[in-house]
Write a protein that binds this ligand. Structure first.
Ligand SMILES: [Zn+2]
Ligand SMILES: [Zn+2]
Length: 140
């Protein structure tokens, strides 16, 4: 292998590791743009395109989750174990909601026999405490 090629490989691995680290060290479910801004602190020359490419690879390897709620912008989650989310409709923040997975729901869906169902995802919607408090302080 030529020297330049191995350098390129190393750089790619480093970029991916840093992106994975960013996601594993936060529960804020950042967007690609957020990840890009954070990654730039460590890799000043990284591009948004590189961030997207690495996110794609991490997704393919099942190392992260993509959360897309149909409003265009995806959030990314370093926790690849199935868990539920709470989406604030005021600020758009995505929170982990710490309740047990509803196995019964999965079994009911399987019983409907629409095909081979293997997992499920669930989101709750509303207004988060941070936004509620802000609203309250504005009212006073
Ligand atoms: Zn909120
Ligand atoms: Zn999560």
């Amino acid at each position: 292998m030529s020297k330049s090629k191995s350098n390129k490989c190393q750089r790619m691995t480093l970029q991916r590791r840093i992106i994975q680290e960013i996601l594993h060290n936060t529960t804020s479910h950042p967007t690609a743009e957020n990840i890009y801004l954070e990654a730039r602190k460590k890799l000043p020359y990284i591009s948004l395109g590189t961030v997207y490419r690495n996110l794609k690879v991490l997704l393919q390897d099942n190392k992260i989750q993509e959360l897309n709620y149909g409003k265009g912008v995806s959030h990314f989650d370093g926790n690849y174990f199935p868990h539920y989310h709470f989406v604030c409709q005021a600020c758009g923040r995505v929170y982990d909601i710490d309740i047990t997975m509803q196995q019964g729901l999965l079994e009911s869906a399987k019983a409907a026999a629409m095909g081979e169902i293997t997992s499920h995802r669930l989101e709750f919607y509303g207004i988060c405490n941070a936004c509620l408090m802000e609203k309250q302080s504005q009212a006073n």
